[in-house]
Design a protein around this ligand. Structure first.
Ligand code: ADP
Length: 387
């Protein structure tokens, strides 16, 4: 999704893809297929470009540091990226910056887990500090036996209190090396089984004070970590305020609404930021924008429902990723916008779920069937045969 933005900006864009059939290869002509965990491959690729950036956080930080050391412009830099890669480093840093963390602890032994359970009680949340995504690597544990089981495989683990949140929120910022920043409106997000399903911009009913506090928090993080590019901050909203969940230092699912709903999309902004160009306006174009993910269900062929959705609602915007369908996999998203939040949400949900094949009632707003008997009863009797 960075590719169309690069094209519009007139930027040469090439990609290091992990396989010849990776989705990016379908839309980008300059593709190198190679292993992003191999330093020599990364180095050879970096030689061919002015600036290196990423669309996921799994590139080994030591390789990025070595590239930066060798004089390549790596954006965001490894010093910032590490806080999206390692959740223990992130929690430590948030405490240092005085930003709102849930209760947390590093767990390397059962004694650590016991001490943490004394503080917050069971159940609590246990996470692998690195490599998790879409809720993989996150578990709610009810007792020490479960902690023990996981500790045998992975250590250290991150323990967090199970936050009693009213809803989840997210916010994104763009920041350039020269230090210019632009923050988009705060969105409400909804995760289904740990996977982002919906985002609503702006977050309904969010107080101006809280929106300002959230904006200040993300600006503090972006400045302190010297982030370049776009960054997402996911949060839990509670009765008292908000707590930080995690960061992503790249275009993020909770910012997909900006493609159709903001003056500058997160993809364009990421490119402007990593190239140290002046940033675009993050203002919303629409009163309400909604993004709903198309999560794979049990049918492979998305074409028929995709066709139907376009015919049914010419105003929704469908974005498909060219990925094969697997249950629960993010294969696309739908953006809808307008003035009436409930109506916009209903349209986006209908479209996304209909494409995936999830909606049990494909025509929720169809007119009631015509009652032929009632019609004929009401019809005036014919005087005579008109023939
Ligand atoms: P990932 O890195 O896989 O996206 P997250 O840490 O964001 O994982 O967790 C996925 C989801 O699990 C969150 O969006 C939230 O719904 C739930 N979750 C994570 N941490 C907590 C917590 N401390 N308390 C309550 N729910 C949590």
């Amino acid at each position: 999704m960075l590719a169309p933005a690069a094209e519009a900006l007139g930027i040469r864009f090439s990609v290091l893809a992990e396989s010849a059939d990776a989705p990016a290869t379908q839309v980008i002509s300059e593709v190198t297929v190679g292993d992003y965990t191999d330093y020599a491959t990364l180095k050879a690729f970096a030689e061919t470009v002015d600036v290196v950036t990423f669309d996921h956080e799994h590139v080994p930080p030591e390789h990025l540091a070595a590239l930066a050391e060798a004089g390549h412009a790596v954006r965001p830099g490894p010093q910032a990226l590490i806080f999206a890669q390692d959740k223990i480093r992130m929690r430590t840093k948030m405490d240092e910056l005085g930003l709102p963390n849930p209760e947390w602890a590093t767990i390397t032994s059962l004694a650590d887990a016991e001490a943490f359970a004394e503080r917050v009680g069971f159940p609590f949340v246990l996470k692998t500090p690195r490599g998790g995504y879409d809720g993989k690597g996150v578990r709610v544990v009810e007792g020490l036996a479960e902690v023990d089981e996981w500790l045998r495989e992975t250590s250290p683990l991150l323990a967090e209190e199970k936050v009693d949140f009213t809803r989840e929120l997210a916010v994104m910022v763009g920041r350039s090396p020269m230090g210019q920043t632009a923050v988009w409106p705060v969105v409400e997000t909804w995760q289904q089984n740990g996977v982002c399903k919906e985002a609503i911009a702006p977050a309904p009913g969010l107080s101006a004070e809280r929106a300002t506090a959230i904006t200040e928090a993300i600006l503090t993080v972006a400045g302190a970590l010297e982030v370049t590019g776009v960054m997402a901050m996911e949060m839990f909203e509670t009765a008292e305020g908000f707590l930080i969940n995690e960061f992503a230092m790249r275009p993020h699912n909770t910012g997909h609404w900006t493609q159709d709903g903001a003056v500058t999309s997160q993809f364009e902004q990421h490119l402007r930021a990593v190239l140290d160009l002046p940033l675009g306006s993050p203002a919303a174009r629409e009163e309400v924008s909604v993004m709903v993910n198309v999560l794979g269900a049990d049918h492979e062929d998305l074409y028929q429902p995709y066709f139907h959705v376009m015919a049914h609602d010419p105003e929704v915007k469908v974005h498909l990723y060219g990925k094969s369908v697997r249950p629960g996999r993010k294969v696309g998203h739908v953006n809808a916008y307008g003035a009436d939040r409930d109506a916009v949400l209903a349209r986006a949900r209908h479209a996304a779920d209909f494409i995936a094949g999830i909606d049990p009632d494909p025509y929720p707003d169809r007119p009631a069937p015509v009652d032929l008997d009632a019609l004929s009863a009401e019809a005036p009797a014919l005087e005579k045969d008109p023939r």
